[in-house]
Design a protein around this ligand. Structure first.
Ligand SMILES: [Zn+2]
Length: 276
């Protein structure tokens, strides 16, 4: 089952590469249906388009023109395969695992479009937000901040309404928070520090997991981003105003929390318990 999940993940990863290449340059992901070489524009035969394997056999070059193929292609396929295998191993073939797999694939695409083009495509941010809200009706989003609302209003929602409310609240809280951070940064520094794409991406993540896990993602992403960003600026001699792909850090944190969020929460509570 884990091997099957890995292979399915490779295939979806291959499709993600098409999205990562085409969405930032406003090309359709459906037409042309067949992949083509970005350099010579010739169609790629199916046997040269097998995930991972073709890259190795062709030694990272186009068969027709010899142009080198970006290492991003096998990397995205491999990462997506590993994510699916990891989810199947820990959660089995459940609706929860399927939702997490879909989320991870969208996040992978966001990480790489942000890293390569500084773009977070609306297809993934707005589209992901809509999917997150819709899926909350099928797979329950565990209550966190929304339970406070029900407590205050002394009402008991149906499980479905409770889940949708947490999802919507997650989107509103984190979309709002990043929008406020973006405004504050602009007022103080006079330049954009956070893109509108980051705001939409935070709302999308909130809609999938609700307030609790998304807070963890944001904390991890900001911490990792500032540590690595500072290192790049110091070691690479770049200016402080250099725009860093915050979405990439946020995405990496989202993958970690999706796979190991429960364990991180347990570790946190244990350390709090040990300290008390
Ligand atoms: Zn070519």
């Amino acid at each position: 089952m884990i091997v099957a999940a890995f292979l399915f993940g490779l295939l979806i990863g291959s499709f993600l590469n098409v999205c990562i290449h085409r969405w930032p340059i406003d090309e359709s992901i459906l037409r042309p249906a067949r992949s083509y070489c970005p350099s010579c524009k010739r169609q790629i035969a199916w046997y040269d388009n097998v995930p991972l394997l073709s890259y190795v056999l062709l030694r990272g070059r186009c068969r027709a023109c010899g142009a080198s193929i970006s290492w991003r292609y096998p990397l995205v396929e491999l990462l997506n395969g590993l994510l699916y295998a990891g989810l199947a191993a820990t959660q089995g073939l459940t609706p929860e695992a399927a939702k997490a797999a879909l989320f991870c694939s969208m996040i992978l695409a966001l990480i790489f479009t942000d890293f390569e083009h500084y773009i977070l495509p609306d297809e993934l941010t707005w589209g992901g937000l809509a999917i997150g809200l819709a899926l909350s009706l099928v797979v329950a989003v565990p209550p966190s901040l929304s339970s406070l609302f029900w407590l205050i209003t002394e009402s008991t929602p149906s499980p479905r309404l409770g889940s949708l409310a947490e999802s919507a609240l997650g989107a509103a809280v984190f979309g709002g928070l990043l929008w406020a951070m973006r405004e504050a940064y602009y007022r103080i520094r006079g330049v954009d520090g956070l893109g509108l794409g980051d705001v939409k991406m935070a709302a999308m993540m909130g809609s999938f997991w609700g307030v609790g896990p998304t807070l963890l993602i944001l904390l991890l992403g900001s911490l990792g981003g500032s540590l690595i960003g500072t290192a790049i600026i110091v070691l690479g001699g770049k200016k402080w105003s250099h725009e860093l792909p915050f979405g990439s850090y946020l995405g990496a944190a989202a993958l970690i929390v999706t796979l190991w969020g429960d364990r991180l929460f347990n570790l946190y509570w244990q350390s709090v318990g040990a300290g008390a």
